[in-house]
Design a protein around this ligand. Sequence first.
Ligand code: NAP
Ligand code: G4F
Length: 323
Amino acid sequence: MTKTAFITGINGMDGSHLADLLLTKGYKVYGMERRSSNANDVNTKHLKDDITILNGDMTDQNSLLRCLKECNPDEVYNLAAQSFVGESWNTPEHTSEVTGIGVLRVLEAIREFNPKIRFYQASSSEMFGRMVENPAKETTPFYPRSPYGVAKLYGHWITKNYRESYNMFACSGILFNHESERRGIEFVTRKISDGVARIKLGLADHITLGNLEAKRDWGYAPDYVKAMWLMLQQDTADDYVIATGETHSIREFLDVAFKYIGINNWALYIKQDPRFMRPAEVDVLRGDYTKAKTQMEWNPDTSFENLVKKMVDNDLELLKKDI
Ligand code: NAP
Ligand code: G4F
């Protein structure tokens, strides 16, 4: 029997990769987008004949309920969020509304419409923040360091609470950083791959960044959306850390990206600006994905080096089209 999935945040990086995956599995896919004055479909243009877009907003309870009534899904993937950590200090209230309380709204809509729907919440390694244990696993205490991390923690606990209160099949994936060719341009990996490609093509002579010492556990988004789907196919609802187990600094990312285009002395091309520093930094993130590996047979397939090279290759191709 054909399953139906409803994805919030369809136009985001993960939403579009998840839609790609679910279509290959024969799902009927509905995605939610919010109103925008300009089309925001760069990641989903290729899907327009294969999925159905519904309009709604994470800050509007009735719109979420209407979306569920319209598509009657078996599975809901809640990927919508104000997902940029840096922005969360500028708009902490908005971030809390969308990224935190928004999760409650989706859960309430499910509870009212059909509590048998399986629910995935996009939790984040930002909840570990100032890591109490390295690598972090499902039982590691949380210590968020940004309004975004605090909002995600609310979303995480309310998901667990609805599972325990109403016996709903509600799971959280605690995903460590994952990137792809579709990553938003303000995130550091895409900013670097785009900047490096511009330098290679003679379109720019430097990249301006913030803290180069921070370390992240970076994986490849198409590998990570498989884990989201797997969580909703298990016999019981649970929470899982999804990570690579490796951590690399921004400097290492720069090193691989620049060397790939033939530049070794890359420091000459980097400027630093306090504008890109954060009031409270997460210095290092690294995850232990043993539970996902043993219980769901999930593994990350793409290495750090390949991830960087794929992103640089993609930006080179995109920019060449405009020259
Ligand atoms: P993304 O590219 O920023 O996508 C987020 C999506 O949420 C966008 O499509 C955005 O729509 C939508 N959205 C924002 N505010 C909304 C609102 N008020 N109503 C409806 N939709 C709204 O993020 P991503 O990297 O794909 O991440 C997907 C989810 O996983 C997010 O919840 C993120 O916090 C979480 N997460 C990401 C990572 C990671 O490393 N990527 C790791 C852990 C957790 P617009 O296009 O209109 O802005
Ligand atoms: O790429 P970032 O903005 O990602 P961040 O803050 O780790 O958040 C991402 O991963 C989270 C999972 O851990 C997600 F929940 C979240 O939604 C998002 O997808 O920054 C990474 C690091 C930070 O330490 C930042 O200070 O890069 C450092 N950085 C240095 N220069 C910079 C810059 N970050 C950005 N965005 N821009 C810079 O110029």
